[in-house]
Design a protein around this ligand. Sequence first.
Ligand SMILES: Nc1ncnc2c1ncn2[C@@H]1O[C@H](COP(=O)(O)OP(=O)(O)O)[C@@H](O)[C@H]1O
Ligand SMILES: [Mg+2]
Length: 176
Amino acid sequence: MDKIIELKNITKSFDGEVVLDSINLDVYDNEFLTLLGPSGCGKTTMLLIIGGFEEADAGDVLFLGERINDVPPHKRNINTVFQRYALFPHLNVFDNVAFPLREKKVPKDEIERRVHEMLDLVALTGFDKRSVTTPSGGQQQRVAIARALSPIPGWCCWTSPWAHWISSSARICRWS
Ligand SMILES: Nc1ncnc2c1ncn2[C@@H]1O[C@H](COP(=O)(O)OP(=O)(O)O)[C@@H](O)[C@H]1O
Ligand SMILES: [Mg+2]
């Protein structure tokens, strides 16, 4: 099996307090990995470092064997479902899910097909034209999941998936 993501001696402190102390982790293709630990132990910080939204103080992040410490988030093949979703408020549901595909210059008809496949997966068929500011918290989370899963190939970091655990969550995990 291919090794997709590697953390090598990742260390991170905030305000002098060590949050991640020389962490090593290997993530393999098709692996479904869960980080479990008490609130504040550094789970989200670790995922944000993998996604490129936080910078480690020391250590390396490797993707398919290449060091990506200095690669910006949008150039990493890793997508994040944020705790507070971070949807684009000026874009509707369809355009939020289509965003990473447009960034990757995916052809228009493939974007159309892929977005509808993802909206179907998260049980939001028919929500395409809706504003992302009007759906419920659970629906917003599903838009964020659809957006993170829409690029292929892609690997997804999902922080606090139980914040709005929904009936389709188990289906999404199986599909992933
Ligand atoms: N940007 C930040 N600035 C200061 N402290 C932070 C920041 N991000 C996280 N922390 C602190 O780092 C610790 C780990 O946070 P976090 O990774 O969010 O934990 P978890 O996701 O495991 O609950 C906490 O003590 C938190 O307050
Ligand atoms: Mg967290």
